[in-house]
Ligand binder design. Structure first.
Ligand code: ADP
Ligand code: MG
Ligand code: ZN
Length: 502
């Protein structure tokens, strides 16, 4: 098969995602009072309602509806005042009721968009004219969201025995109904994504948004956030849609990217050989790096879709909607822009901090402990140093930041100090002082070192005078060595240049 970059030269990929998110931060299931926990012993959080016993009646979880409305507001969706639940029928052991409760043509929230920053070359390929240029030269594309609807998760099945990794190869199947009835929201995008990388970035952005809302732990690993990828190809310059395939089992950002990349290349090969792409559901096999057919596409008619007579339609009041709106916290993009405006952070650094609510909170807490001019250094510390350690305290983070901002330590010295204080109550300042690391800014002492170095490095001094100004870096290195790392490299640099130019 051809490489993705070559294929995308001739073909345009059209990608839409369906993202399922379990509302794991709720206390109870969607239609009953069972505890929501996947860690309890199997089949302990069950009741007649989630097991679909005759006569049991569902009662919707109000908090779950608040959460989906918040998700809709955060993704610029319209809140639909009236919607209802439907039944989607199928037989499978993971659904004891023999139908899944989901929503029909009208979902709780619809017609939104999430802004995605895309690289310059991605933007050129979009004829839509919907792209705006962002401040730093990247582009912002609104990825349209068709709808977010509410449904319930199925039970968890574990297939044991038989050959590992083989679908259908197991000898026994176990079912844990604890998961069944877990509130699940499904977000469906319009086919607005154009590359596997954009799809991955969209999924990341959505995860950041839902994490910030606090509606889910959003773990792809544990399966609380799951994604199906739909993809088709068309010739560059064409505007119609080709036949799509739907990819399942994309349980990591890497799988999402790699499966789409594989599928784009596979479809191109089929089309270039004069064949047609079949509308089918395919399964991604990460170990073999390929997709295989699972089933040909079923339609809604096959599911005997109809409004659930046990659940009355919803009429959401203005008051309810406004209360949900008030609960939406500051979202990652707004936070990013505030960091840039308040402290002059680099936009990309600000975006990284703002993307993870736990990191953002820690960063803001620490920001109160350093001078405003040191906050960009704090951002640097949070992103590039802190993640490598287990249990740094806020005080340790602000202390190391001040030392770095004052040029009293180098980054490599800071790493050694953090290594020593991690998990202890010791302060970086005290450790650095004890270790004699604090860089000296005593100009007279440093000038003596500079004189000594210039005296023995005649060749480099001559090179400098001949115009090779870069050689000063070598001389700074010699000064650092001579002072056993105690001198401040910036001060050495200044002194060297003064003497060489003088
Ligand atoms: P289905 O009925 O097969 O589930 P939908 O129309 O509901 O299909 O769309 C499901 C997802 O597939 C959506 O994210 C949508 O954007 C995407 N999609 C629809 N048509 C195409 C296409 N031709 N190529 C790529 N993605 C598509
Ligand atoms: Mg679908
Ligand atoms: Zn129950």
């Amino acid at each position: 098969m051809r490489k993705l970059s070559e294929v995308l030269h001739d073909w345009e990929a059209v990608i839409g995602l369906e993202v399922h998110t379990e509302l794991t931060t709720l206390e109870t299931k969607m239609f009953c009072g069972c505890r929501l926990s996947h860690d309890d012993p199997p089949n302990t959080n069950v009741c007649p309602i989630c097991l679909g016993m005759p006569g049991a009646l569902p009662v919707p979880n109000r908090k779950a509806i608040e959460y989906i409305v918040m998700a809709g507001i955060a993704t610029n969706c319209e809140v639909m005042r009236r919607s209802m639940f439907y039944r989607k029928h199928y037989f499978y052991p993971d659904m004891a009721k023999n139908f899944q409760t989901t929503q029909g043509p009208v979902a709780f929230v619809m017609h939104g968009h999430l802004d995605l920053e895309i690289a310059g070359d991605g933007a050129k390929e979009r004829p839509d004219g919907t792209i705006e240029k962002a401040i730093d030269g990247s582009y912002v594309a609104p990825i349209r969201i068709l709808r977010i609807h509410m449904e319930e998760d199925a039970a968890k099945m574990v297939h044991v025995g038989g050959a590992e990794g083989r679908i259908g190869g197991a000898s026994e199947s176990l079912i844990d109904y604890n998961r069944c009835g877990t509130p699940l929201i499904e977000l469906v995008t319009e086919p607005d994504l154009r590359t596997p990388e954009e799809a991955r970035r969209f999924m990341e952005k959505l995860r950041q948004t839902f994490l910030t809302l606090g509606i889910s732990d959003c773990s792809l690993e544990k399966g609380s956030m799951r994604c199906d990828g739909n993809v088709s190809l068309r010739r560059r310059g064409e505007s119609g849609l080709g036949t799509k395939t739907e990819l399942k089992n994309l349980n990591s950002f890497k799988s999402l990217h790699d499966a789409l990349a594989y599928e784009i290349c596979r479809q191109a090969e089929v089309l270039e050989a004069g064949g047609t792409v079949l509308q089918e559901t395919r399964h991604w096999e990460p170990s073999r790096k390929r997709t295989v057919v699972m089933r040909v596409k079923e339609t809604n008619d096959d599911y005997r879709f109809f409004p659930d007579p046990d659940l009355a339609p919803f009429d959401l009041s203005d008051e309810f909607i406004e209360r949900c709106r008030a609960r939406v916290p500051e979202l990652p993009d707004t936070k990013r822009d505030r960091y840039v405006a308040t402290w002059g952070l680099k936009r990309s650094d600000a975006a990284k901090l703002a993307g993870d609510p736990a990191v953002a909170r820690r960063f803001e807490d620490a920001s109160h402990g350093v001078k405003p001019q040191a906050v960009p250094m704090l951002a640097n510390v949070m992103l590039n140093l802190v993640p490598a350690y287990k249990a740094l305290t806020l005080l340790q983070i602000t202390s190391i930041t001040e030392l770095l901002a004052a040029d009293a330590l180098s980054f490599s010295q800071a790493r050694k100090v953090l290594e020593a204080v991690d998990g202890t109550g010791k302060m970086p300042l005290a450790v650095a002082r004890d270790w004699g690391m604090l860089q000296s800014n005593d100009t007279e002492a440093l000038a003596a070192v500079v004189d000594e170095v210039l005296g023995r490095c005649e060749a480099q001094v001559q090179q400098y005078r001949d115009g090779n100004k870069k050689v000063v870096g070598f001389l700074v290195g010699q000064c650092m060595k001579a002072s056993k790392g105690a001198g401040n490299p910036k001060v050495f640099n200044q002194l060297l240049v003064q003497k060489l130019e003088g």
